[in-house]
Design a protein around this ligand. Structure first.
Ligand SMILES: Cc1cc2nc3c(=O)[nH]c(=O)nc-3n(C[C@H](O)[C@H](O)[C@H](O)COP(=O)(O)OP(=O)(O)OC[C@H]3O[C@@H](n4cnc5c(N)ncnc54)[C@H](O)[C@@H]3O)c2cc1C
Length: 387
C-alpha cells in the first residue's frame, strides 16, 4: 500500500493518540496527520496523573496486569512494545525516566507537565496538526472515505478514551463511533475507584491505616491487597481499595453481591494476635485508631481477635466514573487486530487506548497499554507492519 500523502485523522490527544501520531510520522514523514482534541490543551489526563507526577509506565507489564475481555489480545498487543522501546522513545523526545525500585516509572523532572510539553514539542516538530477545542460530533464513512465533521480523511484512529474523570474531558464518544461502524461494545464500568459501603461508616470517617483487604464476590474469595485504606464520607478508598476495585466494580455491574473483609493487623496471625490481646487485657488503645477500637471491641478476646481480622463491609456501589482513574469495558477486541490496532470490520479504521475493552492495574499499566496500542497503530499507519 502506498501511504504517501494519506490523510489521517486521530480523535483524542491523550496518551495513545499522541504516541500514535509521533510514531507514525517518525517512520513516514509523508503522512498528513491531524489530531482532533475537544479540550483546550493536550494530555489533560497525563497532567492529572500520579498526583501530578505521572506514573508513566512500569518496567514490566504483560496481560496478567489487565482486566480485559480477551487477554490473548492484550498479550499480542504488548508483544511488540517493551519498557526498553518506551524508554528509547522517551529519550528521543528528550524525556528521561526515573525508575523506582518497584518498577514504577516517573519523569525524572517529577512533573507530569514535562511529559505533555515534550510530547507536544515532538508533535509540532514532526508537523502533526493539532486542532484543540474541536469536539468531534459526527463521523461518516462513505466509499472508503471517513468524514470527520464533514472533513474527508483516508484513515481514522479513534483514541478518545472512555468516561472516567469526565471533568478532564473524557467521553464515551468513541463507543458511539465504534457502534456506527458495526463494532460491538462491552458495557463500561468504573475502575480504580473508591467503594461505597452499605453499612454506615460515617463514624469511621478520616481513619487511615495500612491493612489487608480481601474481596468476596457472591460469597467467594476473589483477590486481596495490602496497602493504605482510608474511610471517607461515602465509604472507603486508599490504594488497597483501588487495587481490588476493578474486580469489585465489574462484579457489581453484573449484579453480583460484593463484600470486603479487612484484616486491620495482618502482621499477626490469629494465635499471635489472640496472645497479644490477652497480654494487653483486651485494651486496643495502643494497637488501633480509636474509632476502630469502638467498632471491633467485644467482651470476648476471641471475638475481638476475629473482628480485627475479619472486619466486613458490604459494598453497595463504586464511587462512580467521575471519581475513577479508568474505565473497564469498551470496544470488543475480538474485532481488532492486536498487532496493528486496525478494525477487522472496516479497512483503515483503528482504535487505541482506553476506548478498547482493556483496563490496567494501578502502577503505570494503563499508560503502558495506551502507549503500546498507540505505538502499534502508529507503526501500522507508517506502513511498517505487514497486515
Ligand atoms: C486522575 C487520574 C490519574 C491517573 N493516573 C495514572 C497513572 O499515574 N498511571 C497510569 O498508568 N494511568 C493513570 N491514569 C489512567 C490514564 O490516564 C488513562 O488510562 C490514559 O490516559 C488513557 O489514555 P487514552 O489516550 O486512551 O485516553 P485519554 O487520555 O482519556 O485521551 C482521550 C482524549 O480524547 C479526547 N476526546 C474525547 N472525546 C472526544 C471527541 N468527541 N472529540 C475530540 N476529542 C475527544 C479527550 O478530551 C482526551 O483528551 C489516571 C487517570 C486519572 C483520571
Amino acid at each position: 500500500m502506498n501511504n504517501k500523502k494519506r490523510k489521517i485523522a486521530i480523535i483524542g490527544a491523550g496518551a495513545s493518540g499522541m504516541m500514535c501520531a509521533i510514531t507514525a510520522k517518525k517512520q513516514n514523514s509523508e503522512l498528513d496527520i491531524t489530531i482532533f482534541e475537544k479540550n483546550d490543551k493536550m494530555g489533560k489526563k497525563i497532567l492529572a496523573s500520579g498526583n501530578g507526577r505521572c506514573n508513566i509506565i512500569n518496567t514490566t507489564f504483560d496481560e496478567t496486569n489487565y482486566h480485559a475481555g480477551d487477554s490473548l489480545f492484550v498479550k499480542k498487543a504488548l508483544e511488540q512494545f517493551s519498557f526498553a522501546t518506551f524508554k528509547k522513545f522517551c529519550l528521543d523526545i528528550g524525556l528521561v525516566l526515573d525508575v523506582k525500585e518497584d518498577g514504577r516509572c516517573y519523569p525524572l523532572s517529577n512533573e507530569a507537565k514535562s511529559v505533555v510539553t515534550l510530547f507536544s514539542k515532538a508533535l509540532s516538530e514532526q508537523g502533526v496538526q493539532v486542532r484543540l477545542e474541536h469536539d468531534v460530533g459526527q463521523i461518516r464513512h462513505e466509499k472508503g472515505v471517513f468524514f470527520v465533521d464533514d472533513e474527508p480523511f483516508d484513515t481514522l484512529v479513534v483514541s478518545s478514551g472512555l468516561g472516567a474523570a469526565s471533568q478532564l474531558g473524557s467521553s464515551e464518544d468513541g463507543l458511539d463511533f465504534a457502534r456506527s461502524f458495526g463494532h460491538t461494545v462491552a458495557p463500561t464500568f468504573p475502575a480504580l475507584v473508591g467503594l461505597e459501603l452499605a453499612d454506615a461508616t460515617k463514624r469511621l470517617f478520616g481513619v487511615k491505616m495500612r491493612a489487608k483487604v480481601s474481596l468476596y464476590i457472591d460469597g467467594l474469595f476473589k483477590e486481596e491487597a495490602f496497602d493504605d485504606i482510608l474511610f471517607t464520607n461515602y465509604g472507603i478508598s486508599g490504594f488497597a481499595i483501588l487495587d481490588i476495585s476493578t474486580a469489585a466494580s465489574y462484579a457489581l455491574s453484573l449484579g453480583s453481591s460484593v463484600y470486603i473483609e479487612i484484616d486491620l493487623l495482618p502482621q499477626f496471625d490469629r494465635n499471635a494476635l489472640f496472645t497479644l490481646l490477652r497480654k494487653v487485657d483486651g485494651d486496643l488503645t495502643g494497637l488501633l485508631p480509636a474509632k476502630l477500637v469502638d467498632i471491633v471491641s467485644s467482651k470476648s478476646i476471641k471475638e475481638t481477635t476475629h473482628n480485627i481480622q475479619h472486619l466486613r463491609f458490604d459494598v453497595s456501589a463504586t464511587h462512580g466514573f467521575d471519581h475513577a482513574e479508568a474505565s473497564g469495558g469498551g470496544v470488543l477486541t475480538s474485532q481488532i487486530n492486536p498487532h496493528t490496532m486496525e478494525s477487522q470490520k472496516i479497512n483503515d479504521l483503528y482504535f487505541a487506548g482506553e476506548v478498547l475493552d482493556v483496563v490496567g492495574e494501578r502502577g503505570g499499566y494503563n499508560f503502558a497499554f495506551a502507549w503500546a496500542s498507540g505505538y502499534n497503530a502508529g507503526k501500522s499507519l507508517a506502513g511498517e507492519i505487514i497486515k
